[in-house]
Write a protein that binds this ligand. Structure first.
Ligand code: IPE
Ligand code: IPE
Ligand code: MG
Length: 241
């Protein structure tokens, strides 16, 4: 890509840190899980908004490797919400041409949830309208550590030479190996941090931090942010011509 070029095409891959569910609920005097349920309802609308905007890949952060630090009530409520969500939405996602993938370490999740995730990936595997990736028990550092472990195994068994390890090789071991890097990362709720999301992949992503709490995030706001992306100049380290 030419240096200092404006993006006349939109972001092909948008990643979202869906934050603020707890505060949204608390401001209404309701338990945090009420906010998570309200937040889950926003996902469908945002997924639907992708196709007309030319967003082929949408990656959403649902549960981080650090979120286990929350109360048992909240963690088990979230796990149960994920199961409900998959059961309820699977048919619609398949019918709408959404290909669903999950990233993150599955080993810590319960068997029922893993089975539902596997099934949703399988039944949508032929779809190609929008690629929705849901990050559950995902942490960027954990992902790089797991990738490095597998890479080291390949070095140990002789299928990879240490001299061949470079920035093309390592991402092939990441959970996201089949996805392009995100062009735009949006975080809701006013926090300006990335909280361990897509650390490797977002090296040159554009960031948008908005104050809206996730359960209030609308497709209008999403459209506005995606539309404004075209005006950004991405230089990738080069000097403008
Ligand atoms: C984001 O909302 C969803 C998850 C982390 C699961 P939060 O639960 O972090 O909401 P706040 O940040 O406490 O408001
Ligand atoms: C990031 O939000 C994780 C998800 C949105 C799933 P957190 O609410 O967990 O992040 P911190 O704790 O504010 O950094
Ligand atoms: Mg939060």
């Amino acid at each position: 890509m030419a240096a200092d070029q404006e993006n006349n095409t939109g972001p092909g891959h948008v990643a979202i840190i869906m934050d603020g569910n707890g505060r949204w609920a608390q401001s209404r005097g309701r338990p945090r899980l009420f906010g998570h349920h309200a937040g889950a309802k926003r996902v469908k609308e945002i997924v639907r908004a992708c196709k007309p905007l030319g967003v082929k890949y949408l990656t959403i952060f649902a549960f981080s490797t650090e979120n286990w630090k929350r109360t048992q009530t909240e963690v088990s409520g979230l796990m149960s919400l994920f199961r409900q969500y998959i059961r309820k939405e699977a048919r619609g996602l398949k019918a709408e041409g959404v290909r669903v993938r999950f990233i993150g370490d599955r080993l810590k999740l319960d068997d029922k949830l893993i089975a539902l995730m596997d099934d949703l990936e399988a039944i949508t595997s032929e779809n190609d309208v929008v690629h929705l990736t849901i990050a559950i028990n995902y942490g960027g550092r954990d992902e790089v550590a797991r990738a490095t472990k597998r890479l080291a195994q390949d070095v140990a068994n002789g299928s990879l030479m240490p001299a061949d390890v470079d920035e093309e090789t390592l991402p092939r071991y990441l959970d996201t190996h089949v996805l392009p890097d995100p062009d735009l990362v949006i975080r809701t709720s006013g926090e300006a941090r990335i909280s361990n999301f897509l650390l490797w992949q977002s090296a040159y992503a554009e960031y948008e931090f908005v104050d809206t709490l996730w359960p209030d995030f609308s497709d209008e706001e999403f459209q506005k942010i995606v539309g404004a992306f075209g005006g950004r100049k991405r230089r990738y380290g080069a000097v403008p011509a």
